[in-house]
Design a protein around this ligand. Sequence first.
Ligand SMILES: [Zn+2]
Length: 642
Amino acid sequence: MSRRLIFFLTFLFFYSSQTFSSDYPQGFVLTEPYVWPVKGLNTITGTFGEFRTGHFHMGQDFSTAGKIGLPILSVSKGKVTRVQRKWTSIGYAVFVQHDDGMTSRYGHLHKFAPKVVKQILKSKQSRRFKDRVDFDIVLPEPVPVEKGEMVAYSGDTGVGPPHLHFELFKDDIYYNPMHFGLGYSEGEEVVFDSLRITPQTSRSFINGKHETIDIPFYPVGGNRFELSESPTISIQGKVGFQIAIHQKSNSNRLGIFTLDMSIGEQLLQGFQLSKILKNHSRKNVLLYDSSISKANGNPFSYFLHTRDGNDLLGILKPEREQGLIDSESLKTGEPKEILIRAKGQGNRQAMASFYVTKDQGDYKHIITKEWTYNVQFDRYTTFKSKDTRVELFFPVNAIYSKGNFEIEAKENVKIKTEGLNQLSSVYEIGPEFKDFNLGYDLYVKVPKSRDINSADLYEVLPDGSVKKIKGSSFSSWGTFFKVRLRKTGLFVVLSDQTPPNIYLHESMNKTVFPKEDFALMLKAVDVGSGIMPEGFDVTVDGVRGKAEYFPKDGRVEVFEPELLYTPGKHTLTASVRDYAGNWSQTVRYDYEIESPPIVPEPKTITVEPVKNVVTKEKKETNTPKATQQKQKSPKAKKSTSR
Ligand SMILES: [Zn+2]
């Protein structure tokens, strides 16, 4: 391709990117850029619209240089109106409602600014704040903040390492902060990683094969990339392209802002991540290939063609199959150039090019399986297994795009059912599929039998072990089990009439304990339905107690009644039930807590010895309990950030 043509196309690119819908809410005018929300720093570690497992990244991540306690500033004038604590996701977060109509949310905070705390303490839910349990509090009186005023301190609460997660929204639309003066000028080069080409029909061929191929790109200078293998790909039938690409930024991989593809001079497809509807958050699977994309960008794999049901705001051509290339549209012997252009932060750009040519080969000898789709995103579908005992019901929006599902009774699956009765065949629902939206209902009919009351639906894992499926219900009128699933795999109905077992933990290997750090430990195991965490029946000296169950290793810690820690002799009894309703035998344990060394003033002890000792004990046993509670709220640290 001539240089002149490249320049022409580059020009076309920027021209065309103007034709996307507005980057701001209707009527919004940005009078001056927003203030960088992390005081003293200028790096971003995640961009708007990046792939995350199960959702789009609805905001931008700002580096806090791994630090906790940096001032977090309001990006613009407004009022702090709301605060949250969500320990499994965003941690502590504040909302600022700005005078210009936008709302910003700042997450993973260490703590709130003092004047915000003051308002929280005035709210009806202040108890939850003090108790450090999750909350979502609308402040009784909004706290006015100036542009650049501190609203909180940076932290690592919720998921991920220390950083600031920042969102900007109005009504139900989330906006890309880069358009508000928070773009990142230090983003390094945009790097094309690889091209993936996928046959789109059962009779599509790529370089003579009916297979998906991946070809790496390599840089040729001037922000241009070419395929590392032959630059010409021969196609027959309909094929789709996707691109693994990222922008470098220090040691991070950032998602890109725009991508588009043209053939010759015709723009085929593209997107721009300027805004995302709130309820499109989980539609990330329409833009990213969820089977290979990773939250850390290794890779972000973007589709360059429309998947069915794609109504994302930034898609250039949302109509069906836009972006697919059909060899019928090519002329024999005239390879066409495909040009892919990308833009990232700091206006950094890159482009990649290669050729496609029409393949006239005769592939009659290659036998391929007919492709059918029995489930579409926009209609409901139901079908049954051959033995009619299992029915699958896919509501509208059960899945994103389309899929083909099968259900089959499997005869030769070895499952570990020791202690369990098998009440149905093992059914396989396939193939493996990840892009579920609402999911589907699985109905399994079972014959009436005596042990139906202890029966439930189980998933069969690859090693043959079984796991009870949560949330299933049983209709005794229709004798079927029903559950909403968002996965495929092997399923079976089993009845569990084997009681669980409960016994002393190995640390209870003696009967006399010093009172310091004493923990009353048991162990519970169950085959089948599993130990019910709230199913413990515990007493100490006849007083009803409480126990916490740790599913990972079966540990059970009895932590109430408090008298279990007091010096003297005690008797514990404990039993537990499983989900199927079977009760274990009762374990009984006699133990003694040593009295503390006798303190001076021996005469006073004779007056009311028991009371004195007890009150004293109460104070001291508070210490191990407090530590225990702290440990109970571990942060679910994952490697990826929100
Ligand atoms: Zn984030």
